[in-house]
Design a protein around this ligand. Sequence first.
Ligand code: PHE
Length: 338
Amino acid sequence: MQEKINKYINDINKLSIKNKEEYTHFKNTFLSKNGILNNLFNQFKSLPNEEKKITGKLLNQLKQLVINKANTLSSNEERITKKENLDLTMPAIYSGIGAEHPLSKVQNRIIEIFNKVGFVISDGPEIEDDWHNFSALNMPEHHPARDMQDTFFITLNPDTLLRTHTSSVQIRYMENNPPPIRIISPGRVYRKEDISARAHCIFHQIEGLYIDSDVNFSDLKKMIMYFVHNLFGKDVKIRFRPSFFPFTEPSAEVDIYWGLNSEADYRITKGTGWLEIMGCGMVDPNVLENVNIDATKFSGFAFGLGIERITMLLHQVDDLRLFYENDIRFLKQFNQIH
Ligand code: PHE
């Protein structure tokens, strides 16, 4: 039986097939119900055990060879048939072109607005250490304000975490660059939140930092007004609400009055017409000292905004989760919008 199998293997290796009939013949001879392979496997069953090992190996080798041969032959044949039917004058099949994600679009618009007044982009890692994400920002260990941002820690090392805001980038920048400073830091941030229509464990922020001599709260206010007017239009109404952040003093949150013109407006603004779009404030002198900037000579302001929030408002998206699902029907709607 081994000799027989070896002979088949040799024959197939030499075999070349010229047309469909020969291919069908090959398949029938080896692979049909009463074909050579099935017969051999039947005979194999009654072999004495000592022979089974070697013969079985050979037999499987033959089987694989037959299958491979049949496959290459069939794809050759397909290629030949395709070539025959090829029509070079046919117009190309339109497969649609990709487009920028709505979050990227809004992020780029915001970056452009700040670029115009001299802010440059500064980047940092998403996996951060405690110092840059918390301690240097005036949130020492056990500071209750750390609870404002539920944090993902990496492994069991509490010093390694996923950044909860891009303020960490500002610390990195200030550590390496003397004032004057004018930067924005766009990026992905992480918080341990339950996922819902209004919250996600991943979202995007742009934070800004301005440090120079004699910077005061009215400079901050002016910058925010400039930004809001450029993004939402001149007529939009905003308010500054006193707030608290450990790294700024005084601190404020900025709300925008969007009105209640659609169902989405109701949902996005929880029925009030107002939506908080950013946090801001004058950089706390402790933060400046932490990065060796002389707080008696320099002062500055910082702000941070959520890109998802603003995109929801601008494009009337009432469920945050849609941004991450990659549903082409959702994304397509933004192709024409700038
Ligand atoms: N880092 C704050 C946050 O993520 C936002 C903020 C930035 C507030 C700068 C004030 C100043 O919530």
